[in-house]
Ligand binder design. Sequence first.
Ligand SMILES: *[C@@H]1O[C@H](CO)[C@@H](O)[C@H](O)[C@H]1NC(C)=O
Ligand SMILES: *[C@@H]1O[C@H](CO)[C@@H](O)[C@H](O)[C@H]1NC(C)=O
Ligand SMILES: *[C@@H]1O[C@H](CO)[C@@H](O)[C@H](O)[C@H]1NC(C)=O
Ligand SMILES: *[C@@H]1O[C@H](CO)[C@@H](O)[C@H](O)[C@H]1NC(C)=O
Ligand SMILES: *[C@@H]1O[C@H](CO)[C@@H](O)[C@H](O)[C@H]1NC(C)=O
Ligand SMILES: *[C@@H]1O[C@H](CO)[C@@H](O)[C@H](O)[C@H]1NC(C)=O
Length: 214
Amino acid sequence: MSPTSLLLFLCVSFYGTAAIAPGVQAEEGCTTQRCGNLTVSAPLGLIVEGSEENKCGLQMGFQVRCTDDVPYLGYYEREYRLRILGIFYGNFSLLVSDPINTASKLGQPFSIISPLNQNLIFYNCTKAPPPEEDRAGLVDTVCRNNTFVRAGERYYNDGVGGYELEGCNSTAVPVLGKSGRVNASDYLELIRNGFLLTWQPPPQQQQPGPQPTD
Ligand SMILES: *[C@@H]1O[C@H](CO)[C@@H](O)[C@H](O)[C@H]1NC(C)=O
Ligand SMILES: *[C@@H]1O[C@H](CO)[C@@H](O)[C@H](O)[C@H]1NC(C)=O
Ligand SMILES: *[C@@H]1O[C@H](CO)[C@@H](O)[C@H](O)[C@H]1NC(C)=O
Ligand SMILES: *[C@@H]1O[C@H](CO)[C@@H](O)[C@H](O)[C@H]1NC(C)=O
Ligand SMILES: *[C@@H]1O[C@H](CO)[C@@H](O)[C@H](O)[C@H]1NC(C)=O
Ligand SMILES: *[C@@H]1O[C@H](CO)[C@@H](O)[C@H](O)[C@H]1NC(C)=O
């Protein structure tokens, strides 16, 4: 399922249209910079809007774009953007929100395989699934008839492994599950709250970076 269709499917839109931020400072070099209330420092680096060039340790996809004081991971094409909610330099991870399910597009240097991420599985069905054990845990979505969501298990990849339903298209979305299994009824909030991405610390970077700022 394409990201766009997932967006329609979920009937959610978290962010309005964003104009290019005039306030981003075009500083050069590897200084620590701010975007909104986030501190962006190595290995991540802020990209100046309108420029694809960047100076700091950004070769590996650690670009951050700042739009209206909202930081986005700039690794992907512009229409597929992950909003950064938090950066944890100490344990090499990011909390990101993904309104159009771009997770399956993720690649190096990021991974979403963290034990703290769980799966939400969305279904678009031609008819209601039979009311047997198949329906266990299915929650109706607000979107349209015969669309459902349920909690899966730990997120491993974008597959729905074992949770397919006959007559339905399904797609998996990672969410942060702090303890136990998430409650699929909370799917809107869960998606908004984002999920964790981790990056591989480069071998030369043995010292943890600055402490998390939030
Ligand atoms: C990294 O640390 C932050 C802040 O303590 C925490 O919220 C997050 O879950 C941690 N990330 C991982 C992958 O454990
Ligand atoms: C869901 O399925 C219906 C038909 O069953 C189809 O019209 C619609 O486009 C599908 N939506 C998505 C997001 O796949
Ligand atoms: C959804 O289902 C209800 C009850 O079965 C029905 O009245 C309604 O027309 C359906 N809506 C759509 C868009 O199919
Ligand atoms: C969606 O599901 C229908 C059957 O319900 C199937 O024929 C179709 O190929 C599926 N589409 C995708 C994109 O998986
Ligand atoms: C999930 O949340 C819904 C609504 O808040 C609640 O009715 C339901 O009991 C919860 N399910 C579980 C398993 O906690
Ligand atoms: C950062 O700003 C956003 C909205 O601008 C707010 O929701 C969030 O709580 C803030 N985080 C911190 C740590 O201040």
